[in-house]
Design a protein around this ligand. Structure first.
Ligand code: PMM
Length: 294
């Protein structure tokens, strides 16, 4: 590192969006299915993603890929609990990706700090009360039905207005359940009840969602609409991760709080670039201060 220039302005560090690294402890996930199905492999992956720059690790035990069938909550919990416990004990900020109140409650008790419910509390009527009781942060996703039928619900007259209204209803339900508004994060649910073009329209509308009251989380990682954009000849994991890093960097430039990705290193570069671009400061960026309890 070069010595500071005498008389130069004090060093400043640009702020970047947070990164949530994904660890799916499932045999059948959308994009990394089977690779981290054993607890020790999942824990090692969580630590690896943290070393690469993830601020959160999102642990999931039930796939939400299109067409996926629901998993018994007891099986889901058996998959995720040892992983959440170990990562939390290692000081990692753990998020639990679940539709089940029982899994949310048990994993928050084991150290998870954020409940990531892609259904925004719709899949399990006990979820929002469980979150309120556990005192965790909560990410409420835009959702219109289980993965097995999600494309049947992808009809909108005004996509942004309807997503915003439906998310607001989930916020109202969360507040009614006693969740602190400062702990609520919103996710427009890329790929959930949205077809290819609708996902791009949602991303183009991100600044409007970010202008609202709550922090915004976005997950584009390795999703089908990126594969459609790439086309068959160019679609491989490296191309999908590059497209993920770029959409995540653009989402960060649009002001989202956090991006959820499977491959952290390339997205970290994209977020550093976005932070430097926005701040005019080309030094290593630091994470947003608004990091919840983490
Ligand atoms: N997408 C998946 C799973 N969980 N959680 C949030 N908050 N947002 C998302 O877009 C999201 C999510 C898709 O599943 P994958 O991990 O198998 O790609």
């Amino acid at each position: 590192m070069s010595a500071p220039v005498p008389g130069a302005a004090p060093a400043q560090t640009p702020r970047r969006a947070l990164i949530m690294g994904v660890v799916n402890v499932t045999p059948d996930s959308f994009s990394d299915g089977g690779r981290f199905a054993q607890a020790d492999a999942a824990i090692a992956q969580g630590l690896r993603l943290t070393a690469q720059g993830a601020d959160w690790i999102d642990v999931g035990g039930e796939s939400t890929r299109p067409g996926a069938v629901r998993v018994d909550p007891a099986i889901e919990l058996a998959r995720v609990l040892p992983v959440v416990r170990e990562l939390a004990a290692a000081g990692v900020a753990v998020s639990i990706d679940t539709l089940n109140a029982s899994t949310a409650a048990a994993t928050v008790a084991a150290g998870a700090r954020l409940v990531n419910d892609v259904s925004g509390g719709l899949a399990d009527p006990a979820m929002l009360t469980a979150v309120a009781d556990g005192g965790a942060e909560v990410a409420l996703g835009h959702w219109r039905g289980p993965s097995s039928e999600m494309y049947a619900h992808a009809h909108y007259d005004d996509l942004f207005a309807e997503v915003q209204q439906e998310l607001q209803r989930r916020v109202d339900a969360a507040l009614a359940a006693g969740i602190d508004p400062a702990r609520i994060v919103l996710d427009p649910g890329i790929g959930f009840a949205k077809g290819g073009e609708q996902n791009w329209q949602m991303l183009a509308a991100l600044p409007r969602l970010v202008a609202g009251t709550h922090r915004v989380l976005i997950g584009t990682s390795r999703k089908r609409f990126l594969r459609t954009l790439l086309g068959e000849e160019r679609d491989d994991l490296a191309a999908r991760d590059l497209a993920t890093a770029i959409t995540s960097g653009l989402a960060a430039a649009a002001g989202v709080w956090c991006v959820r990705v499977h491959e952290v290193a390339s997205t970290r570069i994209a977020l550093d670039v976005a932070a430097a671009w926005q701040s005019g400061l080309g030094t290593n960026s630091r994470a947003e201060e608004n990091h919840g309890e983490a």
